[in-house]
Write a protein that binds this ligand. Sequence first.
Ligand SMILES: C[S@@+](CC[C@H](N)C(=O)[O-])C[C@H]1O[C@@H](n2cnc3c(N)ncnc32)[C@H](O)[C@@H]1O
Length: 217
Amino acid sequence: MNPKEKFKIALSFSHYNFIYRNISSLKNINILEFGVNNGFSTSMFLNICNQNGGHLTSVDVDDYSGLFKNKRWTFLKSRDDNFSYIKKSIKKKLDVIYIDSFHEPNHIEKILFFYYKFLNKNGSIYIDDISWIPYVKNSYRVNSWNEIINRKTFSKILEIYFGNLKNLKLEFCFDDSGIAKLTKKTNKPLNNPKIVFNSEFSLKNCLRRVLNRKPKK
Ligand SMILES: C[S@@+](CC[C@H](N)C(=O)[O-])C[C@H]1O[C@@H](n2cnc3c(N)ncnc32)[C@H](O)[C@@H]1O
C-alpha cells in the first residue's frame, strides 16, 4: 500500500481524524510518535509535514524503516523508554507527542513524564486506546483484556490531569478505541498523578443505598 492509500485509511478512523483536525493547520510542526506498525498514524503525520513543513520522528521496537521514504521522516528502532538514545534525536522542542506503543498505564505515565519536558507550551500529547466501550460485553469488539487495560489507562490520565489542573488541559475523543489529548498550558514541570477519589464506594454512600435515599430535587 502506498503512503496516499495509507493516509486515506488513517482518516477513515475517526480517532485519527480527531488528531488530524487538531493539528493539520500547524506550520513547521515537530512530531514524536511511539508505535508505527501499519503506519496509518505515521502516514497521517507525514502528510501534515509534507503539506505544512515539519518533521516526524517515529519510534518502534520493530524495524519499520522501509515503510516510508521521506526526508521529513526519521525512524528509530528502539524501545520508547530508551531515553538516553531517543533524546539525542530531539533537536528542537516538540509540538506533538503521540503514544501508541506499549498500552500499560504505568508505562504510559513513565513515557509521558519523561518526554513532557521536550514539549512546547501549547503543544499536545495524544494517547491512543483510552476507550473501553468497543471491548465490553455486547459491544462490537468484545475483549476483556483490552476493556480492562483501556479503562485503567483512562483512569491514569484522569489522575495525571487531577494532579496538574493548572498545567494541563484535557480532552477526549471516544470514537473507535479513543484518544486522549493533553495540552501543555505552562512551562512548569508536571506534578505527580493524584488519586481521583470515588465517593460511590464510601460508607456514606453505602448507607444511602441501604436506606434507598434519592438525591433531593
Ligand atoms: C498499536 S501498534 C501502533 C499502530 C500505529 N499507530 C498505526 O497507526 O498503525 C503498536 C506498536 O508499538 C510497538 N511497541 C510496543 N511496545 C513498544 C515499546 N515499549 N517501545 C516502542 N515500540 C513499542 C509495536 O511493535 C507496534 O508496532
